[in-house]
Ligand binder design. Structure first.
Ligand SMILES: Nc1nc2c(c(=O)[nH]1)N[C@H]1C(S)=C(S)[C@@H](COP(=O)(O)O)O[C@H]1N2
Ligand SMILES: [Mo]
Length: 197
């Protein structure tokens, strides 16, 4: 491939559909049921913890960051996968360059406006297909899918992609999130079926 370019998430000689999944055309809605209504005028994102330069973005500051478009597949632990989702927003790489995680940072914990939390290893968040998305397929993310802003981590099951995100906290130790405390796998890799336990 030209320039050694990667084609996430279906490179590395494997098929596109992870084991135990089926591809769907719909976009199911799954959450705890609260679906917070966060007007962009009140929206804030706090990024802190074990970082050199914590920050808080309001809506204008968020949109003033460099914007990326990333097409990726969704894999839900409930066995549906949805191909070719075009997400627009701010890349995790850009955020990391701004806040500069401390040497001891190992884990990223996301906190959402509905009280949901989920945790990922820092190196998973640092992947080049991860972003904080405000749009899906070229349109503002609907409230039911996590608007104004959700996290998208395509290489992990979709429960790791926090909707309505309000805080990104870097930690030197692991903290299980909402589903990780209730029997879901801590890592959530669809390719090795890290579903439960
Ligand atoms: N804030 C928040 N984020 C969340 C959830 C939630 O309940 N609250 N559910 C997770 C789960 S279990 C899944 S499968 C996906 C579903 O995202 P969707 O509704 O856009 O398909 O969101 C994840 N992110
Ligand atoms: Mo889920």
């Amino acid at each position: 491939m030209a320039g050694g370019e990667k084609v996430p998430p279906f490179g590395e000689g494997r098929g596109r559909l992870p084991p135990g999944q089926r591809a769907v055309d719909s976009f199911p809605v799954l959450d705890l049921g609260t679906r917070p209504d966060v007007p962009v005028a009140e929206w804030r994102l706090s990024v802190g913890g074990a970082v050199e330069a914590p920050l808080i973005w309001d809506w204008a500051a968020f949109l003033a960051q460099p914007q990326v478009d990333i097409v990726s597949d969704i894999h839900s632990v409930t066995t549906w996968s949805r191909y070719d989702n075009r997400w627009t927003g701010v890349s995790a790489r850009h955020l990391l360059a701004l806040v500069r995680p401390a040497a001891e940072a190992r884990v990223v914990l996301f906190k959402s406006w509905d009280g949901y939390t989920t945790n990922v290893p820092l190196d998973r968040f640092a992947d080049d297909d991860v972003l904080l998305a405000h749009s899906w397929q070229g349109r503002p993310l609907t409230r039911e899918h996590g608007g104004p802003v959700r996290v998208v981590i395509p290489k992990l099951y979709f429960w790791k992609s926090a909707k309505w995100v309000r805080a990104v906290t870097f930690l030197d130790h692991d903290v299980p999130g909402y589903w990780e405390s209730r029997g879901y796998h801590n890592e959530g890799d669809p390719w090795t079926e890290e579903r439960y336990g």
